[in-house]
Design a protein around this ligand. Sequence first.
Ligand SMILES: [Zn+2]
Length: 298
Amino acid sequence: MNPDDLRELDELVEQIRSMKLHVAGGLGAALKKPLLLLLLVSKIENGRIEENRFHFDDIEKQLERLIREHGGRPTASGPKPEQPFSHLRSSAFWILKTQREYGPGKTALVSDLRHPDSYAAFRPQVFRLLRSSGEARARVVDSVLHEWWPETLHGDIREDLGLDRLDSRRRRQRDQQFTIDVLENFRYSCAFCGFHGVLNGQATGIDAAHVQWHAHRGPDTVENGIALCKLHHWAFDKGILGINEAERIGIADVFVTQSDGGLPLESLEGRPLAVLPKNKAIAGRFLEWHRGNVYLGQ
Ligand SMILES: [Zn+2]
């Protein structure tokens, strides 16, 4: 990549990271803009976009599905894909042309967005860069995923969007101490099922998970950590499993399994944690964040 393109890319990644998100509206609202960006990059990657001109009705349904699938706990107002499409205009890389004028912070009317002469576009240099460089697309996807989702969910999202091949292999530097402290606090066992695997004298198949996602200001402290096996880590981040106020395990009603193979998840319903923390309990505020933003059950 030439120095000009690299500078352009650095600037774009910075603007993406500093996008204004509707944090007050909960996780679902906050993830809408990142999902719109991932959708457009995936379309460019898979050769589905020729022109730097995006019509709302061409992506409306797909974006709505992505918000339902990867946007965390649904918000009361529903997926509303017009919001990110419209509000992304507060970032310098996004241009929105509508038939009416809207004040800052106002969402454009869906009927206006659907008008044949309304469209959105990337700033021309940004589009050219994303179009011409796989490296640029990989870095944008990587930055977006690391900024807003825990790593356990990256594979699902990439696969869903056909972005599997785009992986710049950047790994966020984990706070090693967090991992050690959390695993130690749970005796290297899964808090949900008690799984404790050892391979050549080393604990294996077990992760130190953040209760409040690191990507959403969850700290690297032992009070925000829970040791979970791979399956339960994924299910916890996906919102299928939760921990209720009475510290019992819940499983979201919307989750179903098609065979007895679901037992490793379903048998946990209503059970207390299999392993209790020995040094420090998980702080209530982090469990509350998970219930309010991620867990899909009651
Ligand atoms: Zn487990």
